[in-house]
Design a protein around this ligand. Sequence first.
Ligand SMILES: Nc1ncnc2c1ncn2[C@@H]1O[C@H](COP(=O)(O)OP(=O)(O)OP(=O)(O)O)[C@@H](O)[C@H]1O
Ligand SMILES: [Mg+2]
Length: 225
Amino acid sequence: MESRIISCVGEKGGVGKSTLNCMLATNLVLLYGKSVVLIDMDDPQYSLYKKRLRETNAEISDDGQEIPYPVETASVENLRFIIKKYYGNVDYIIVDFPGSINREMVTGLYFIEHVFIPFSHDELEVDSTTVFYNTLRNNYLGDEKAALRSVHVFFNRYEKVKKNKFAKLRKLINGADINIMDSVVLDRTIYKEEYRSTIYPIPKNRENGEKEIKQFFDEIIEISK
Ligand SMILES: Nc1ncnc2c1ncn2[C@@H]1O[C@H](COP(=O)(O)OP(=O)(O)OP(=O)(O)O)[C@@H](O)[C@H]1O
Ligand SMILES: [Mg+2]
């Protein structure tokens, strides 16, 4: 089996990395039938790993739902070994990095094949995201030590009411020669509550609109083919 190593990652804290890595993992498994491992590197918070523990304690025992995929913790020191354990055995290895990428953490990025950088409408982010994007593109793409094959930016917390603002931003980003994904992730309360689960997928009858999150999942699958 060919494994893909992917991550929603960025230099900024609180932009939705963990939320999207979690939804991606759960839905790739339960909506798309893929096999996945989710690796939580956010030491010492380990928010995804702890979420899984809470969910298994509270819910699995109640309704008999099966555990859909493993959630592992890892540090920069043992990431290589955790990846090795799953490489070739799952379709996707999804890595969740901490809020700030320090010098140490940068070495963890060597393993990632496809990077997806969340970007919100805060104008100040344009600069920091551009720096992170270009650092990856200039230093990792083409470096034989790095696995990186593509870097993409995407709008997270997209608001339809601000579509003109986002359209302008998209132009700016395109003009700066940055790869931006067509699909966006809307700003929705449900993404921080019910849908942010390591156990339950998005219900089948939900999310059928034009800007639904499934288009985002589809695009990630397509890019990392
Ligand atoms: N698309 C979205 N719609 C609504 N809320 C969102 C969305 N994406 C993220 N959030 C919320 O934003 C907050 C930060 O998200 P999250 O913890 O995923 O970010 P992060 O980048 O992993 O943060 P950190 O850098 O601390 O690891 C959370 O409260 C989360 O629920
Ligand atoms: Mg996080």
